[in-house]
Design a protein around this ligand. Sequence first.
Ligand code: ZN
Length: 331
Amino acid sequence: MRFFFQLHFLKSFGPCRNGRHSSQILAGISVLLMTAWSQPFYGATAKKPAGTSGKTVKTEATSGLQPTPQPLPAMQTPAVRAITHGDREVPMIALTFDDAPHPQYVPRLLALFRAEDVRATFFLVGEQLKLFPDVARAIVADGHEIGNHSLSHKNAVRASAASVEEEIVGMQRLVKELLGVKPAVYRPPFGNVSAEVKRICERENLAIVTWDVDTNDWRSGTTREMIVRNVLDTATSGSIVLFHATHLKTVEAVADLIPILRFRKLQMVTLSDLLAAKSARPAKPRLAPHQAGPVTLQLWDTPANNKPPAAAPAPVAPSTHSIQMPVLPLP
Ligand SMILES: [Zn+2]
């Protein structure tokens, strides 16, 4: 009986993105509204997954488990943008798994990552953590990152300020108490961020992180092959990939993806490692318009009118010639 309840509870989480709202809108609200709502929130650049466009997918929303959608308040102001990816120049990628810990699929993922020497990020929901703390402890023991995915997966834009506070701060407290670690990243349920969420996360030193690659694995119509294709079509350096730790097909797709991502020279790292990584390219020099005084420019000692060699700049060292040029203020 208890197990039945647990499974039912797991099923009730559903998607971590606004796709659920899109489905609800499709059920009866005008096309105009649908167009506006279906835009990715806060600048997310995720492309529509291959093979799913135009299909009507049965979800919790269409199966009658969800309440009638309410108009969402304005929430995508530039001030509440979430992080959607890391540095595009760094050959790293973060695989992230929401709605963890799941008693069946998280252990399978952990075994896979152990065999492949891959690090990932698991976003835990408090109610799940209370049910399966040992699964969560195994995540920590294997060196993966734990993220905050709220206490009970409430939609922050529909909850009161006090409730949002409890969902985020209470989860920080619970993770610390049960796992002994302090999450540094927060993934908002359904991807919804409000000014209140931003204020609390800033105070708690939590980075609000969504994704730029959505596998759509929570949809019943998405197959293992479609998950793999979604990632391979859209993931690139610095990508943050959204999975859910609640499906066998996700585990199987990840097993397919690991060797291909490795072949593409993308290192699979935790979110915090991805966000901390910066490319080694030198910063571009900047001159403020008001900057006065001479600047020394190096010239290339080549026959082509002081242009740098077009190709194979092999052992040609820069000339030591230099001239002094004044910098004129811009108009
Ligand atoms: Zn979720």
